[in-house]
Design a protein around this ligand. Sequence first.
Ligand code: GDP
Length: 364
Amino acid sequence: GLKCGIVGLPNVGKSTLFNALTSAKALAANYPFATKDPNLGVITVPDERLDKLAELVSPQRIMPTTVDIVDIAGLIKGASKGEGLGNQFLGNIRETDAILHVVRCFEDDNVVHVDGSVDPVRDKMIIDTELILKDIETVEKKIEKFRRTAKSGDKESKRIVEVGEALLAHLESEKPARTFEAEEDDQAMVRELMLLTGKPILYVCNVDIDSIDDGNAHTEAFRAAVADEAAEVILISAGIEADIAELETKEERAEFIEEMGLTEPGVNKVIRASYSLLDLVTYFTAGEKEVRAWTIRKGTKAPGAAGVIHTDFEKGFIRAEVIHYPDYVAFGSESAARDNGKLNVEGKEYVVEDGDVMHFRFNV
Ligand code: GDP
């Protein structure tokens, strides 16, 4: 599955957010390093379309789609040189498809700040610096590997060294790899380096309830500092999210959300933003046994989409019967959509659209 990693300094609210996102019971305590091991969790993606389809089909089961999430703790100043929990977390970051970077933008004297004061811009720099240092190591290694063949005239090696050196200069000026503009022909090479600061990123400002709508001085400073990154910045209160997640029933949660003056749980904002960050789309299967949402990358063709359900579906793919979501809802059922000419038979080259209701035909 696709995986998001949560990073940030200790005590900014990572595990509180992680718990709210996954409703798992990780340890959130008021001291650094409370979260020693990376916590793996699963986020279920809320989707009104799934609820609507379930209403129409009345299946035995309703299965939302999921994204994996890992809470990466232990990131502090000096981490790239083995401080704190050392290099352990870096491998965890490398394995992720996208990063949620949480910064503390709330004041609370009861919550210790590892660097003594609330300053999200400085905090982000600390994390970036550690990741950039690690990336510099990675790029230097790459350059070293190709230097000799480049010197003896190998064109491809020369190019790798050239691009590597430009990238190195970029990183050394304390800029993340994601703002490095590589020529089209060089992009694959840069991607292959799997740089930590090259991953898509979403910034999450953890604020007090009063600052959720309009932000505060900390979030303003933070927005200004990341303006050139073209990354999304969202504001949530992890503490409130944890409170929401603890409520047992849908009704209780709805009531509490309204009392707090919110329109929806902040975790929904995070999930939506992560989804678009990862360039994902959802398709559905709708049968009497189960109505289910599935996650694929945008641009996936029908056989690949089938493969998410089972590899046999992909191997033995014959065709897909597709009803676009608005048609399904307009006619109210598969058979009614078919009778009205809205069931399309598609082959191997069909690119699945967001919301498609799919039925795969395959050989076993
Ligand atoms: P982590 O080390 O980044 O995983 O941080 P935690 O999630 O463990 O949170 C550290 C402390 O900050 C805990 O005592 C939390 O209860 C508290 N905390 C987290 N989010 C908020 C928030 O939005 N507001 C306030 N006031 N405290 C929070």
